[in-house]
Structures are given as structure tokens and as C-alpha cells.
Design a protein around this ligand. Structure first.
Ligand code: TRP
Length: 451
């Protein structure tokens, strides 16, 4: 049943596809609420430092592994070293757990899109609107299923090419709208203080938790440590420069996240002060932006447009992730695309239902004190992904050595500007950092230490 391994058309085609997968709810929904919660400027500073060191090294490694082995993650790791094959499986598990709750959030976006399109955006600006909405039983569940079905139909129909073309056009529009909203937000009375909170690092707010959150967010946002970029690497043509592509993906993804934070955080500061920043959590974007649109000239139209674009950004991400997991399943189990898709749909429904209901009727059921959605998010971003990243660093840094991948990276005779940084990151800094974080986070989560 082996289907031919497709190729991206040249460098820019690849960068756009990878960016389409990378830029999604991670940037627009997750980054702002984490930045708000973990101290604003200090979170941003740590995030940027991590992105250009750690994120760069890991993204480079994953793409190079994929292109070198021409395999998706499940088999790629085995090929590098038989004893590291298990990494591929853990990596493959990550998107399986993320996709369901990602679709729940995608469903929230759809609901807001409908509300604004129906001209009822004003209602959504009320304080209790979001909480009441996600606490309901049926509507969020139905929107989740619709969102998941759309994602699956795109993958089943093999029309992601079409979606990519549309999103290539929509992505710049999203950027323009985001800039417009950022500018407007900066002019609201009192936004200055909020901007300061967002941009100026306050070192007294630093904690290991900030570090953990920033690292988890980096993984999530760049689709790292989940096998996705390994699969992408296997589709990149040999003549494309990996170093350039990595830079472009990194910059693009980070800039969009920074703008999303700019659009949301100062506004939260104005509407509900520092307490609002702490307590917003996953609802931050949904609670804040309708208020901004409510005050903004032509806000209802801009709001509708905005949620449509967020919806598209989310769909391109979930489609690419479902596509990657589908082909993993096809490669490994030798099942048809259709069957693979249906299996994944089933898994997503089973895990997505508790993620949705956990905000309402099932909110009394918790795992380690977290509702289902928060738990799935924590388990992947703070446990599984650091484990995959750590294993990858040990494999590449100490078992195979970085040489084979460096050769892959420079195969067209190009230079590798951050080569020493790359080596040091993979061999020493990243493993130590990841182990520290895993140990701290686990101990803290089980209440053994307080930090
Ligand atoms: N990186 C993408 C974003 O920023 C999406 C993403 C990451 C994702 N991991 C995922 C989507 C797993 C679905 C499943 O939004």
C-alpha cells in the first residue's frame, strides 16, 4: 500500500507548508495566555532565547533526521539506532493526544466565528459569556465534532493542497488584521501599562515554572518533539537549504506569536488588570478580543474577519498534523488512508468528548487536580515532549554523533552558520536543561517540592 513520498516544490513551498502547520492556535490562543500567566516580559524573553537556541537546534535535527532517513518518525528513529525506535512511538503518540483537544478549541473558534457572523458579537463581549458557553453540554461538543469532521474530510479528500493554497493567501491577511488590532489596542487608554507588562521583563517573576511553560510552548508552537517535523523533513528536496528554512520558520512562527500576545495582553490589562492576566487561562483570547472589538470602530466586521482567519490558521495546523499521523499509520500498519483516518477520528472523538465536557458537567472529575483538557495539554507538553526531545538529543549528540546530520544539513556545500551552537546545544545544554525541567516539574506536580 506504499504511496509515493511526495515532495514540496522547492524551498519556499516547504517553508510555507511548514509555517502553515506551525502557525495555528499555538500562536494565537496558547502563547498569549501563557505569556499573561507567567509574568509577561520575562516569559517573552525566555521564549525568544529558547527559540533561537533550543528551538533552532531541535527543529534542525528533526528536519535533518527526516530528510536523511526519508522516513516518518516511527521508522526514522529505528533506522538511526534500533534501540531508539521507541522514541518514534512516543513522538507519534503526542499528536494523537493533542489533536482531540486542539479540535475542541477549534470548535470554540468556530462558535465565535458564527456569533460574529450572525452580528451578535456584542453578546460575546459580556464577562460571563465564555464561561457559560464552554460549560454547556451540547453546543461545544457539536462544534468540536464539526471541526474534527472538517479536518478529517480535508485529509480524506486529499485536498490539503487546496487548503494550503487558500491559506497562503489568507496568512498575509491574518497578519495584516493582527497588526491593525495591535495598533488599535495600543491606543486604548491605559494600554501603556499593559504593554510594559508584556514587553519589559520583570526578573522577580522568574521561576522554573516560567521556564517549563516557555519550553512546552516552544514545542507546541513549532510542532517539535512530536514527529511532525521529521515527516516534513522527509518531504524536503535534497537541494533545499535546511539552515535557511529553519531560520524562516523560526522567525515567522515567533513573530506571529508575539503579535498575538500584543493584541491580547495589553487589552486584558486595561479591562481586568493584573488579576485578569493571571486568571484568564485558556479562555483569555475568547474573553478579551470580543471586548476589544466591541469598542473598536467597525469592530463587529473586524471581529468576524478575525475569527474566520483564526479558524483557517487552526484548520491548516490540524489538517497537517492529522495528515502526518495518518501517513504514519499507513506506513506502519499498512492500512488504507481511509481506514487510518477513521481510526484517528475514533480516537479523537473518545479523547475529545471528556476534554469538552470537562469544562462543565464533568468538571468535578480531575486527574492530578486538572480537568481533562488541561491534563492532556500538561501530559504532552510537559512530560512526553521533553522525553522525546531528550531522547533525540542523546541519540544525536552521543550515540550517532552530530556528524551524519551535519553532513545532511550541509550536503549542498552550504555553510552552517550556527554549527558550534548547534553541537553544544544538542550535546550538553539541551539534555541538562531537559532533565532539570522534567525532574522539577514532576516533583512539583506531585507536591513533593514547591517552586
Ligand atoms: N503547531 C501548531 C500550532 O501552533 C499546531 C499543533 C501543534 C498541533 N501540535 C499539534 C495541532 C498537535 C494538532 C495536534 O497551533
Amino acid at each position: 500500500m506504499k504511496e509515493k513520498r511526495g515532495n514540496f516544490t522547492g524551498g519556499i513551498g516547504f517553508v510555507l507548508a511548514a509555517a502553515g502547520s506551525a502557525v495555528g492556535l499555538g500562536n494565537l490562543w496558547r502563547f498569549p495566555y501563557l505569556a499573561a500567566q507567567y509574568g509577561g516580559g520575562i516569559f517573552i524573553l525566555i521564549y525568544i532565547i529558547l527559540a533561537v537556541t533550543f528551538g533552532f537546534a531541535l527543529l534542525m535535527t528533526e528536519l535533518a533526521i527526516g530528510r536523511k532517513t526519508q522516513q516518518s518518525s516511527i521508522t526514522a528513529y529505528t533506522q538511526l539506532h534500533p534501540r531508539f525506535g521507541v522514541l518514534g512511538y512516543i513522538a507519534g503518540l503526542v499528536p494523537l493526544i493533542i489533536l482531540p483537544y486542539y479540535c475542541v478549541i477549534g470548535g470554540w473558534v468556530m462558535k465565535y466565528m458564527m456569533v460574529f457572523l450572525g452580528g451578535a458579537g456584542k453578546k460575546a463581549a459580556q464577562d460571563s459569556y465564555f464561561g457559560n458557553y464552554i460549560g454547556q453540554e451540547w453546543t461545544p461538543l457539536i462544534f468540536f465534532l464539526i471541526y474534527l469532521t472538517i479536518t478529517m474530510l480535508v485529509v480524506l479528500g486529499g485536498v490539503q493542497k487546496g487548503i494550503e493554497r487558500v491559506s497562503r493567501f489568507l496568512m498575509p491577511v491574518l497578519i495584516v488584521i493582527t497588526i491593525v488590532i495591535c495598533i488599535y489596542v495600543s491606543t486604548i487608554d491605559g494600554a501603556g501599562e499593559g504593554l510594559k507588562y508584556y514587553l519589559l521583563p520583570n526578573f522577580s517573576k522568574f521561576s522554573i515554572k516560567t521556564l517549563c511553560a516557555a519550553m512546552g510552548q516552544l514545542f507546541f508552537s513549532m510542532s517539535l518533539a512530536m514527529g511532525i517535523m521529521v515527516s516534513y523533513g522527509s518531504y524536503v528536496k535534497k537541494e533545499v537549504s535546511l539552515t535557511k528554512s529553519v531560520n524562516q520558520i523560526e522567525i515567522f512562527d515567533t513573530l506571529i506569536a508575539l503579535m498575538a500576545g500584543w493584541m491580547i495582553i495589553p487589552a486584558v490589562y486595561v479591562f481586568s488588570g493584573e488579576a485578569g492576566l493571571q486568571s484568564g487561562g485558556p479562555g483569555l483570547m475568547f474573553m478579551t478580543l470580543p471586548k476589544v472589538f466591541d469598542q473598536m470602530p467597525a469592530g463587529q466586521v473586524i471581529g468576524a474577519l478575525f475569527f474566520i482567519l483564526v479558524f483557517f490558521a487552526a484548520v491548516t495546523s490540524s489538517v497537517s498534523v492529522l495528515e502526518a499521523t495518518t501517513s504514519m499509520l499507513m506506513d506502519k500498519r499498512h492500512v488504507s488512508r481511509k481506514k487510518a483516518c477513521f481510526i484517528l477520528f475514533g480516537v479523537s472523538v473518545v479523547l475529545g468528548i471528556p476534554s469538552s465536557l470537562g469544562n462543565g458537567v464533568w468538571s468535578h472529575i480531575t486527574i492530578l487536580g486538572m480537568d481533562f483538557l488541561t491534563f492532556f495539554d500538561f501530559f504532552t507538553n510537559s512530560i512526553l515532549m521533553p522525553i522525546v526531545a531528550l531522547g533525540t538529543c542523546i541519540l544525536v549528540g552521543w550515540v550517532t554523533g552530530t556528524k551524519p546530520l551535519e553532513e545532511e544539513i550541509t550536503r549542498n556545500g552550504e555553510s552552517f552558520p550556527r554549527r558550534s551552537l548547534y553541537r553544544i546545544m544538542i550535546k550538553y545544554v539541551s539534555p541538562v536543561f531537559l532533565i532539570t525541567i522534567l525532574v522539577f516539574y514532576t516533583l512539583a506536580q506531585f507536591g513533593i517540592i514547591n517552586y
